[in-house]
Design a protein around this ligand. Sequence first.
Ligand code: CDP
Length: 232
Amino acid sequence: MEKKSFTITLDGPAASGKSTLGERLAESLDFMYLDTGVMYRAVTLAVLNKNVDVNDEGLVTKVAEEIDLDIHPATIDDGRSNDVILEQEDVTWEIRLPDVESNVSQVSAYKGVRVAMTKKQREIGNRGGIVMVGRDIGTVVLPDAEIKLYLDASVEERAKRRYLELINRGKQATYESVLDDLKRRDKIDSSRAIAPLRPAEDAIMIDSDHMNAEEVFQYIFKLVEEKKNLQV
Ligand code: CDP
């Protein structure tokens, strides 16, 4: 099937600014935006809701394979980028709770969980015209994507951003606990056997430590426009 349009993948560690950049790119290009992290978070929430032991790989995989999950463009203007619907229920904010946060990396390291989610992501991604955000999108999910981006920043800078994000949403958090959680998740995400967090060989690397969101966007948008013009 011929692609309608090209595909952009955007990978990187937690709180590196992927969703801010991804959403803005998608909006400017009139592309679809999909943050695959919400899918792993939704599986984790389903596991917790069903009281399934997160250490039981077989049962967790079964939950991922049978999950009734729907992700579509936001219908409520409350800062969300997508509606996340699990078993007919809107869980867009519930998947951000600390319980999900602390178990999601373990759940998403299981092979069967990844196979199930990757299949769903490819079905959506192969239609083209999408900015897909995650950890393994450029390396595993859509390795033929036209543009691959990898957004990074130091763990201290990322913790600062995530801490402010939580406080602005009225949540309780300390900088130290956010920093510890990011370090723990980074470690699991980068060291897992299947689809670990790493840049694709042909990814454009962006270190956002000394760049604000606007500068990152302008820099990438220019690159994307150049690449797009080359393709017509
Ligand atoms: O928003 P944040 O960067 O904190 O995390 P997220 O993108 O929502 O992803 C949550 C977790 O899901 C990550 O820490 C990974 O363990 C997992 N994940 C993954 O394994 N593969 C993806 N493509 C996306 C997320």
